[in-house]
Write a protein of this length. Sequence first.
Length: 357
Amino acid sequence: MLKNQLETLLKEWVDPLTEQNLITSKSLKRLEIKDDQVQMDVVLGFPLGSLETSVREALTKLIKPVTNLAVQMNFATKIVPHVNGAHMPALKGVKNIIAVGSGKGGVGKSTVSFHLAQAISQLGARVGVLDADIYGPSQPSMFGLQGSKPEVVDGKFVPLQRQGLQTMSIGYLIGEAVPMIWRGPMLGKALQQIMTDTAWDNLDYLVVDLPPGTGDIQLTLCQKIPVTGAIMVTTPQDLALLDVRRAAEMLKKLNVPIFGFVENMSGYSCKTCGAKDAIFGEGGGQKIAELFGEKLLVHIPLDSDIRLKTDAGQYFTEGAAFHYNHLFAELALKVTSQMAAMPKDYSAVFPTIKIEG
């Protein structure tokens, strides 16, 4: 009878990230009354990180009114591949691919990609970053790995690593001052080769930093590579919204789910006087999100600390605590929890059947 009561209560508690209860999402794997304890095993499809403490407290508070028994909760994470819109086979060594696009240069897409990857890694997942901007690769600088070269083992590039993040870019293969004077088809082929010829090591998530525009690189990524979903980065002003709308429409036509929009450079607060100024306007991110029926995932302010740390290839977790950590952590949780609610890809567990005559 107590178990039934507890199950009823747990159905009433809605996870604010997945917007589902533990029963509906099939995250509750075990609920028993044993050894004078309420014992629960909860397995989530995304990394919870430090949020586990608040979830544990919320569930304990929910249960306590109906029982005086001690509550033992075991949390675990099981990140699995999810079906992409085009149902393509998975990229070897990668479970899920998150594309970060904008359609426009200069809106901070690479910065968001870099710090999103860090934030997901801090939650406890295995993460890589692919710099897909062949003309203007910036991730080598952000990672502080300019001039570094990946090893080649058995015909595959071994991704460079920093602080547990795996990274690959055309920028590691050419000099910083070497211009990429290539035509469109060469760009698409180069991207596909870098992705498939890199020995990604058991990644839960690969964050792909897309170049501006809606050209060959974006088409190659979405038509040849199993992108699980994308986030779109914009600034609030109308000119940026025009380009991000085109890029988002392209992704929709290519059956790539959009997890939501990020409004970057969203207002400025003066550190001296505290005055606030919407330099690039207000409400643009919300407007474009509503247009596509998606969520505005987070507002990221215009702040010199973000620029300085990114330019220096520094991680927000290095040294003193950074006051914008929570924004990127929030973004990471929203994206990975949305992905966990998508249909799972079971193709890897099915046997390959050969018929020989």
